[in-house]
Ligand binder design. Structure first.
Ligand code: G3H
Ligand code: 13P
Ligand code: ZN
Length: 305
């Protein structure tokens, strides 16, 4: 059943687990994550970036998710990193149950005012709003402590921002980055900063850029010709700590992309004469389903649907 995201995020914050938020682009991604969640009875958030909406079409995505939502688990359909207010408005009107307004590149004042506008539109239709404060970039992208402080989320500012905007959940920056190259050296998150944020912000906290970039999947893709190189993701132990200290929505895109790439490349390599797209895509879908199941177990959302 389709539900507003806050309905599944509030219990997660209260009970100490995280709801997986998977980025999808097409039918294979959607089926993989919904089947994994149904099998493990986990609530999930299916999210589409503006790029995914442009690629697949908003109407196609909504129609597919409405069918998927016949599954006996709560599912929220969410706009990820919405920057274009027209797209957000259309999503609210057309059937999404949650939207993110990403004003992280704007001034604090502009971020507050635009987030407030989105909250007004969304709450009028009982749709949830995720907002962002801080800039998501790898911890080693900062050369000085001052620079780090300027980019990572300031706990007091986060509390003020949440109060001023009335958002339902808050994305924060504690050192993760999007994509497969999150850390140049050792991987670590600023867990102390998260603890301080969680003391002041009682909303569900969202962790972006949380993919683990599993070595075996990277190796499989590379064995079949992909050039991925020195990829490095968030450690499982850091994910567990993040959940312990208040993170209740965890965004995963890159790990599904890697699983998809590994599966497709292996199929193309091993079935050179096959031209049936179903045979070529099935291994990718199965690897993505397994990836989603592993995330659900790691995030402790199994059995919470
Ligand atoms: O946070 C970004 C997501 O990984 C979506 O990426 O804009 O390429 O679809 P995308
Ligand atoms: P990853 O690139 O680590 O999967 O993060 C995805 C994300 O944050 C989507 O909003
Ligand atoms: Zn993100």
């Amino acid at each position: 059943m389709l539900v507003p995201a806050i309905k599944i995020l509030k219990p997660a914050r209260a009970r100490g687990y995280a709801v997986p938020a998977f980025n999808i682009n097409n039918l294979e991604f959607l089926k993989a994550v919904v089947e994994a969640a149904t099998k493990l009875r986990s609530p999930i958030i299916v999210q589409t970036s503006e790029g995914a909406i442009e690629y697949a079409g908003m109407d196609y995505l909504i129609a597919m998710v409405k069918v998927a939502a016949k599954a006996p688990i709560p599912i929220a359909l969410h706009v990820d990193h919405g920057k274009n207010l027209d797209t957000i408005k259309l999503a609210i009107k057309s059937g999404y149950t949650s939207v993110m307004f990403d004003g992280s590149a704007l001034s604090y004042k502009e971020n507050v005012s635009k987030t407030k506008q989105v909250v007004k539109w969304a709450h009028a239709k009982k749709i949830s709003v995720e907002a962002e404060i801080g800039a998501i970039a790898g911890i080693e992208d900062f050369v000085s402590v001052e620079e780090k402080d300027a980019h990572l989320t300031n706990p007091k500012q986060a509390a003020e921002f949440a109060k001023q905007t009335g958002c339902d959940s808050l994305a924060i920056a504690i050192g993760t980055a999007h994509g497969a190259y999150k850390f140049k050296g050792q991987t670590h998150l600023d867990i102390e900063r998260l603890k301080q944020i969680a003391k002041l912000v009682k909303l569900p906290i969202v962790l972006h850029g949380a993919s683990g970039v599993a070595e075996d999947v990277v190796k499989l893709a590379e064995y079949h010709g992909a050039k991925i190189g020195k990829a490095r993701g968030v450690l499982d132990e850091d994910i567990k700590k993040a959940i312990k200290y208040g993170v209740s929505k965890i965004n995963i895109d890159t790990d599904l992309r890697l699983a998809f790439t590994a599966g497709v490349r292996e199929a193309m390599d091993e079935m050179e004469e096959v031209i049936d797209p179903r045979k070529l895509l099935k291994p990718a879908y199965l690897l993505m389903r397994e990836t989603a199941q592993n995330k659900i177990l790691l995030f402790k959302s199994e059995g919470k649907a």
